[in-house]
Design a protein around this ligand. Sequence first.
Ligand code: CU
Length: 169
Amino acid sequence: MKKLILIFVAALAISCGDNKKEEKKELKIGTQVEETSPAETTDDAVANVTIEGNDQMKFNKSEIRVKAGQKVKLTLKHVGKMDKTVMGHNWTLLTQDADMAAVGQAAALAKDSEYIPTDMKDKIIVHTKMLGGGESDTIEFDAPAPGTYTFMCTFPGHYALMQGQFIVE
Ligand SMILES: [Cu+2]
């Protein structure tokens, strides 16, 4: 009976997702194989994640996976040399109903609050400080409910390249 439920869940995962991640999830459920996480998880309670931003306006990760119930300790490192006024980076996690482009456009007008739009705070779960080259910032937060979230850099124009998926399994 348990196996039947697992198959049903797997089928559900396939039917509502059309990408490879869902297929991977199905395999995981079906075979009970422990998946190695790219989130550099060191123990069950805490997911330690490090992500870098550079002078080429890129993050070094496009996907971060954590597990539901974990505390996430995330460090953003700006590994470039440019000043934060011209190549600033932050790591901003959006709610699932947020429109990334809308947040990005509002953020571009929010220079005084380090490009975090105060009128859209309800669309932002958490964010790091805005960093310049050589700086880093670590934030801690509880993993939100299982699902796929978007992360981005809110420096003007950066979200076009600096974005990715934050997946809570
Ligand atoms: Cu940036």
